[in-house]
Structure formats: structure tokens, C-alpha cells
Design a protein around this ligand. Structure first.
Ligand code: AMP
Ligand code: ZN
Length: 467
């Protein structure tokens, strides 16, 4: 049996078959950068990081794309309230995103496209929709005719009639039908805007992802993901736009994580229970938060309490201790090679690997995968000690790291986390160079130099050297 994935579209688990054998394109809707990420946002970020790691572990070549929505009402309103430039504010929160994600052990995506840098692709996409009769302009705004798309409502399991009824609440008389949604918004005074065939304006929320998937992954992504709140309207609308423009499905597997609640309540600023990882990480190690986020299956709701976080920290410590013991036995052991008895034991220990893979194959069941690590640990305590051969102990240590790496837990050593930090800085510098922010690019180069990494820009790309 291979990997099976629950598909929101079909509402069942399906065998995972990438479009191109051996290669996987994943697109995850990333944060709207109007504030620091909160621990709810951290759930999809960490979960899809694990999906990416696991698919790589299973030998697939993964291209992982996660966007930043940096043009949006929330950003504009917040910046206005603070009296700052919205694009500069978004930039600041993107930087904060990389710090938080990095601390949580999340590697940068292969591409982090931003709405503000895909205006050309977005406009072309909308023009395409108008030309095909799926979209219409009204006084500088452009809307999508939902009813023109025969499959509209399929992803979220609603009929057009339900949607018409639901949409009546927010009446906009310029729309031809209540269920239509906006693709391009005419500029209002003081708002950031770009020139377009319909006059100055900015993209609506949904269109950016359709345009970015097409640009970075082609017409169809293998996996498209995000939190369950995105199923409707965001993903329903993305799916409709893409079907209309390309004639192909936007994604083959729609993957959605359930919500994280705080002490049983929805997280919101007004309830005063809005928690950000950077606050937690002041008192707890980031790995404990990561462990907590992975301790439940992604489609199960997760309830955050400080007790749960403490329990996650303690559980992680049990694994850390087991690994520390093994490393000590490796030093004190007097025997190099395994004997026959140990060889049998090794076979039994590696059965834990199979259990781990079976769990992850089954719709990325991180909860059961973590249980497999604990079973391995119980077995180690019961059967191994300082008398074991170095060869066996080494094999078990490697197994811990092999499986730990898939979950992004049990970092090998300080060097590993330093390497992650370096990778992050290099990715940020590439990003700065792309947008021709030479000052920021130089600053990052200096920061890397301080960590002993020298970068050389060659025509073939960036080369790195250790000092
Ligand atoms: P946003 O910046 O609100 O678009 O959210 C970014 C990502 O976080 C989306 O995939 C959301 O579905 C997800 N998300 C937001 N709040 C939560 C939550 N409380 N639990 C789990 N995922 C969430
Ligand atoms: Zn999206």
C-alpha cells in the first residue's frame, strides 16, 4: 500500500498518484501578512512542512509553493490605523514570518510568491476569464459569474441555490448575481493600486492563488492545502476561476487542516485569547510547540492549553533522553560489531520504521507516527544498554534521526539548527535580490558572514563557502 490522502473534494481517502510520476507540486495558501502569525496559523505551516518532508522521504521530488497575501483589506485597514505604508508593513510581517517559521523548524518554501509581485499574471488571468465569458466588468470592478461554472459549489458541498441564499446577506447591486465574487477591485482613495485595463485597482483575494498556481506549478497542482476555513469561499472560488481559465482542475488533492482552538474557544483578538508563537517560544522551546501541533491528526480539532503544551514538552523530553542515552552508550560501549542476537534485535527495532511509515502513509497520521517513536523508545529501554555494540546503538540513533527528520523533531545537533538558519538567510537574501533590495541583500550577506558563510554570486547562481 502506498500513500493515501483524504481529499476534501471527494470526501474520502484516495491513493496518492502525482500527475508526473516521482514529482509533486504542492501549493499552500499562506498568511495574509497584516500581523504576526498566531498559533492557529502555525498549524498548517507546520503540518504542510511535514507533508513536504514526508513526500521527500518517500523519494518524491517536491516543489513546494506557499504564497504571501500582501495586498488585502486587512492590511490596508491596519496600516491606515497605524499611519504607515501598507506595503512596508506587509514587508515587516513577512520578515517576522520567516523568523517564526524558522524557529518552528519550517524550511522556506521553494517559492514564496506574493500577490503584489504577480499583478501582471493576475491581470492576464482576469482578461482570460472575461474573454471566455466567465467574468464581467462593472465600473472598474471585475466579477466572476459563479453560475457559469457548472461545478461551482462542488468542493464545499453546496448547491448554487444554497449559495444564492447565503450570499444575499451581503448585497452588492453591481453584481449580476448574489453569488458572484470579485476578481479586481477599483481603487478607493488612498489605497495601493496598479494600472489595469479596467483602471487603477487591486486584485481580489482569490485570484492571486489561481494565477500563482498556474505560474509556478502549471494548470494543476497535485496537492492544494490550507486550513478548513478556506474551503469556502476561498478555495471554491479559486477552483472555479482555474477551471474556467485552464479547463483543468486547480488541484487533484484538496487537503485541509482542522482548526486549533484555545481552551476550547475560537481564537480571536476580542476574546483576548490571541496567542502568537513568538510569545510561547519565550517560555517554551519551539520544538515543544511543533510537537504539540503534530500530536493530533491534522483533520482533528486541536485544543491548545498550557497543560497540553507542558505535556508535549515532557513527552519530547522522553525522546530526547532516550537519544541522549544512546549517544552515551555509543561512547562507553566496548564492542564494535553486532553479534547474532543483536542482529535479530535490530530487525525488530526497524519494524518501528515500518509502523511509522504505515502511519504517515495513512493520510499523514502524525499522531500515530509519534506513537511509533514512543514504541521504539520503550523497546530501546527494555532491550538496550551500555553493553550493546556500537554498531547496533549507531543504527538505532540513525533510526531516531531518520524518523525525527520527517517530523522536523529531534534535531541532530546544534549544527543542524545552525544549518537551517543559514538556509533561511540565503533564501531571504535571494528574495531581497529578486526585488532589487540591495541594502537588505547586503545586510543578509553580512549576517551570513558573521555565521562563517561566504556567498559568491556567479552566473550559475549563488555559491557558498565556509570561512
Ligand atoms: P490567514 O492569514 O487568516 O489567511 O490564515 C493563514 C492560514 O492559517 C490559513 O490556511 C488558515 O486556514 C489557517 N488558520 C487560521 N486560523 C487557524 C486556526 N485557528 N487553526 C488552524 N488553522 C488556522
Ligand atoms: Zn489561496
Amino acid at each position: 500500500m502506498g500513500i493515501r490522502v483524504y481529499n476534501t473534494l471527494t470526501r474520502r481517502k484516495e491513493d496518492f498518484r502525482p500527475i508526473e510520476p516521482g514529482r509533486v507540486g504542492i501549493y499552500v495558501c499562506g498568511p495574509t501578512v497584516w500581523d504576526y502569525m498566531h498559533i492557529g496559523n502555525a498549524r498548517p505551516i507546520v503540518f504542510f512542512d511535514v507533508v513536504r518532508r514526508y513526500l521527500k522521504y518517500r523519494g518524491l521530488d517536491v516543489k513546494y509553493v506557499q504564497n504571501f497575501t500582501d495586498v488585502d483589506d486587512k492590511i490596508i485597514n491596519r496600516a491606515r490605523g497605524l499611519g504607515v505604508d501598507p506595503m512596508a508593513m506587509a514587508e515587516g510581517y513577512i520578515k517576522a514570518y520567516f523568523e517564526d517559521a524558522g524557529a518552528l523548524g519550517v524550511a522556506p518554501a521553494d517559492v514564496h510568491p506574493r500577490a503584489s509581485r504577480h499583478i501582471e499574471e493576475i491581470i492576464a488571468f482576469i482578461e482570460d476569464l472575461i474573454a471566455k465569458g466567465y467574468a464581467y466588468e462593472v465600473g472598474g470592478d471585475v466579477y466572476f459569474s459563479a453560475a457559469r461554472d457548472k461545478a461551482y459549489g462542488q468542493l464545499s458541498g453546496q448547491s448554487l441555490e444554497d449559495l444564492k441564499a447565503g450570499a444575499r446577506v451581503e448585497v452588492d447591486e453591481r453584481k449580476r448575481a448574489p453569488e458572484d465574487f470579485v476578481l479586481w477591485k477599483k481603487q478607493k482613495p488612498g489605497e495601493p493600486a496598479w494600472p489595469s485595463p479596467w483602471g487603477p485597482g487591486r486584485p481580489g483575494w482569490h485570484i492571486e492563488c489561481s494565477a500563482m498556481v498556474r505560474k509556478h506549478l502549471g494548470p494543476t497542482a497535485d496537492i492544494h492545502g490550507g486550513g478548513s476555513d478556506l474551503v469556502f469561499p476561498h478555495h471554491e472560488n479559486e477552483a472555479a476561476q482555474s477551471r474556467a481559465a485552464t479547463g483543468a482542475p486547480l488541484a487533484n488533492y484538496w487537503v485541509h487542516n482542522a482548526f486549533l482552538n484555545i481552551e476550547g474557544e475560537k481564537m480571536s483578538k476580542s476574546l483576548g485569547n490571541f496567542i502568537v508563537p513568538r510569545e510561547i517560544m519565550r517560555s517554551y522551546r519551539p520544538e515543544a510547540l511543533r510537537f504539540f501541533l503534530l500530536s493530533a491528526h491534522y483533520r482533528s480539532p486541536l485544543n491548545f492549553t498550557e497543560e497540553q503544551l507542558k505535556a508535549a514538552d515532557a513527552a519530547l523530553e522522553r525522546l530526547d533522553n532516550a537519544l541522549a542515552n544512546l549517544k552515551q552508550w555509543l561512547v562507553v560501549s566496548q564492542r564494535e560489531a553486532m553479534d547474532d542476537e543483536e542482529r535479530k534485535l535490530l530487525g525488530r527495532l526497524t519494524a518501528h520504521r515500518e509502523r511509522f511509515i504505515t502511519a504517515m502513509d495513512d493520510d499523514f497520521n502524525t499522531a500515530d507516527a509519534i506513537s511509533a517513536l514512543f514504541e521504539l523508545t520503550r523497546d530501546v529501554h527494555a532491550t538496550l544498554g551500555p553493553q550493546a555494540s556500537k554498531e547496533l546503538v549507531k543504527a538505532v540513533i540513525d533510526l531516531y534521526h531518520e524518523l525525527g527528520d520527517v517530523l522536523g523533531l529531534l534535531r541532530r545537533d546544534e549544527q543542524a539548527s545552525l544549518d537551517d538558519a543559514v538556509e533561511r538567510l540565503i533564501a531571504q537574501r535571494q528574495e531581497a535580490r529578486r526585488r532589487r533590495d540591495w541594502a537588505e541583500s547586503d545586510r543578509l550577506r553580512d549576517e551570513l558572514a558573521a555565521k562563517g558563510i561566504i556567498l559568491e554570486d556567479t552566473p550559475q547562481g549563488v555559491r557558498r563557502k565556509r570561512k
